[in-house]
Design a protein around this ligand. Structure first.
Ligand SMILES: *Cc1c(COP(=O)(O)O)cnc(C)c1O
Length: 346
């Protein structure tokens, strides 16, 4: 059935192998992040077989799914657990990212022998204690723990503020790690590969949490395809439901579209436009790249996406399938859409 996404697990497996080998040579353990594919057990298996040391997900549902499929872990929860979720995690999860004394103390009470990584904000402004307040807070929390330990410190950049790694923000985490005697310095996500490749990653950093690079071969924050990895791991397919030549600019005064945006149209005269049966509920249209040369994604509403196919060489008709490469946000949306079938290729 269409729409559907085709996920090429053999490409992903090769990406994981390459990454874990490269990182391993520099003494960095790869943590395989599964959240983009909702804890798909086949992916979890591929991560472990290809050399990832820990499986990480942001949602307890995904970790439970892996566990119930016979995946042993070890598991890391990479979103700070809400207090109310700790009971769902305590039997399965060994590694916890934390950033609040209350959370650390509750984990210590409820989870036997939890290993915590205290998150430090080095500038991206998502989770973590600000780096200049980190040592004091971490030392204070350490004194309160009875059953668990803070094994290390961690940091996250690229995800919220779009911050790139620099000598300065890398040194911030290393400095905190030294002051609190951390065994593990955990960085993520994918954007840290830039520093790794340039040899700018401090040698103290020994863990990297990676999702996007392994799964898509790209680095959205660094705005690049990673040259030694494979892209096109995920392909979106949708069916043409209308194919007509129409003007390229709507007729009438333009207000806001169904998503509350003000659309802008370029007047290219009359164009051949395909409507595919997929929209904002299924994908992020700006994250689709047509595989047909000359095709261009114009705009979506909730259930329809318009593709300009005037320049496409092959003859098209209603019922034909258009195929697209997917970026991180398009993949994320499609994975969580019940309307998109998921097909895994081994
Ligand atoms: C999503 C996430 C990652 C992985 O990021 P990618 O950019 O997909 O590699 C790492 N750490 C944390 C805390 C995350 O939430």
């Amino acid at each position: 059935m269409f729409p559907r996404m085709i996920i090429d697990l053999s490409k992903i497996r090769r990406n994981i192998e390459k990454l874990s080998e490269k990182l391993g040579k520099s003494g960095i353990d790869m943590v395989g992040v599964t959240k983009l594919f909702m804890g798909e057990p086949a992916l979890a298996k591929a991560y472990l077989e290809a050399g990832a040391k820990i499986l990480a997900d942001s949602r307890h549902e995904n970790i439970t799914r892996m566990k119930n499929s016979g995946i042993e872990g070890p598991f890391m929860i990479i979103r700070i657990p809400p207090l109310s979720h700790i009971p769902m995690l305590k039997e399965t999860v060994e590694y916890y990212l934390v950033s609040e004394p209350e959370v650390a103390m509750r984990i210590d009470e409820e989870v036997k022998g939890a290993k915590m990584i205290y998150m430090v904000d080095v500038g991206d402004l998502r989770e973590g204690v600000m780096y200049y307040e980190a040592v004091e807070e971490i030392e204070k929390v350490k004194k309160t723990l009875k059953n668990s330990s803070i094994i290390g410190v961690g940091t996250n950049i690229g995800c919220f503020g779009g911050v790139l790694p620099t000598k300065e923000n890398l040194n911030r985490i290393v400095k905190v790690a030294k002051s609190v005697d951390a065994q593990v310095i955990s960085v993520g996500g994918t954007v840290y590969l830039i520093s790794f490749e340039k040899g700018e990653l401090p040698k103290e950093i020994n863990q990297m949490r990676i999702g996007e690079a392994a799964l898509l071969g790209t680095d959205v924050t660094g705005n690049r395809e990673i040259p030694y990895l494979e892209q096109g791991t995920v392909i979106f397919e949708a069916e043409i439901i209308e194919l007509k030549t129409k003007p390229s600019v709507p007729d009438g005064p333009i207000g806001y579209d169904s998503m509350g945006r003000k659309p802008i149209f370029e007047d290219k005269g009359k164009r051949l436009r395909a409507i595919i049966a997929a929209g904002e509920q299924d994908i992020n249209p700006s994250g689709l790249t047509p595989l047909d040369e000359g095709a261009e994604v114009i705009h979506s509403s909730s259930d329809h996406t318009i593709i300009d196919v005037t320049e496409v060489q092959r003859p098209l008709k209603v019922g034909d399938i258009l195929r697209f490469r997917m970026n991180y946000s398009a993949t994320l949306r499609a994975m969580t859409s019940p309307y998109v079938e998921k097909v895994w290729l081994e």
